[in-house]
Write a protein that binds this ligand. Structure first.
Ligand SMILES: N[C@@H](CCC(=O)N[C@@H](CS)C(=O)NCC(=O)O)C(=O)O
Length: 223
């Protein structure tokens, strides 16, 4: 909740954006009320001058907290963690904390950048439309195989133990996208498949799902 005298948090988001979904989950877990401001990536609204003032890279998400503007989901999560410590996203155990950073970075540095809209449009145009899906699949498969190995000895109910932590916020949106948009065969990844099932039970994750966002088209509920 916004404290009295403080303005409500604003999240610039796109319903299908996995990076935005990470932040939506964090806000839900921490019980923070926020205003959802849609940025339609397919219409190119991320390149509008007003939005570029918030993030010169022209990417969602961006979070505005009073006078403070932060873009990049990792930076936003770190900010939320310090300013709103309820429901911590990082364990105090140093090794587990490092593992959370590493697993999160597998998704945000080694998988998601390869499937970004601008990258896919570039491949479609310069290489060929048939190469788009194989390109993304190769990066998702490589990253998911690494996550299976990385997490095999430490996963509990969730990625790094029995509490939801930061790695989970990166993993679930990536799995959803892999299944929904990139036709990944998840039977190759039993641990990630099990985690995906566990996340589907949690209201903070359910409410952050793409189809539950105000800018999701009605057809997305069944697609
Ligand atoms: N590292 C950034 C990446 C942000 C990013 O790539 N966002 C995508 C959506 S998930 C985007 O806005 N793409 C717009 C485009 O490619 O034009 C983060 O984690 O927030």
């Amino acid at each position: 909740m916004a404290e009295s005298g403080e303005s409500k948090l604003k999240l610039y988001s796109y319903w299908r954006s996995s990076c935005s979904q990470r932040v939506r989950i964090a806000l839900n877990l921490k019980g923070l009320d926020y205003e959802y401001i849609p940025v339609n990536l397919l219409k190119g609204e991320q390149k509008n001058p007003d939005f570029l003032k918030l993030n010169p890279l022209g990417h969602v998400p961006a979070l505005v907290d009073g006078e403070i503007v932060i873009a990049d989901s990792f930076a936003i999560l770190m900010y939320l963690e310090e300013k709103y410590p309820q429901h911590p996203l990082l364990p105090s155990d140093l090794q587990k904390k490092a593992l959370n950073h590493q697993a999160s970075n597998v998704v945000c540095s080694n998988i998601q950048p390869h499937q970004n809209l601008a990258v896919l449009n570039f491949i479609k145009e310069k290489v060929g439309p048939d190469e788009v899906i194989p390109w993304v699949q190769s990066h998702i498969n490589k990253g998911f195989a690494a996550l299976e190995k990385l997490l095999k000895d430490c996963a509990g109910k969730y990625a790094t133990g029995d509490e939801v932590s930061m790695a989970d916020l990166f993993i679930e949106p990536q799995i959803l996208g892999a299944i929904k948009w990139f036709n990944i065969d998840m039977t190759q990844f039993p641990l990630l498949s099990r985690l995906h099932e566990a996340y589907s039970e949690l209201p903070a994750f359910q409410n952050a799902m793409p189809e539950n966002q105000p800018d999701a088209p009605p057809s997305s509920v069944t697609s």
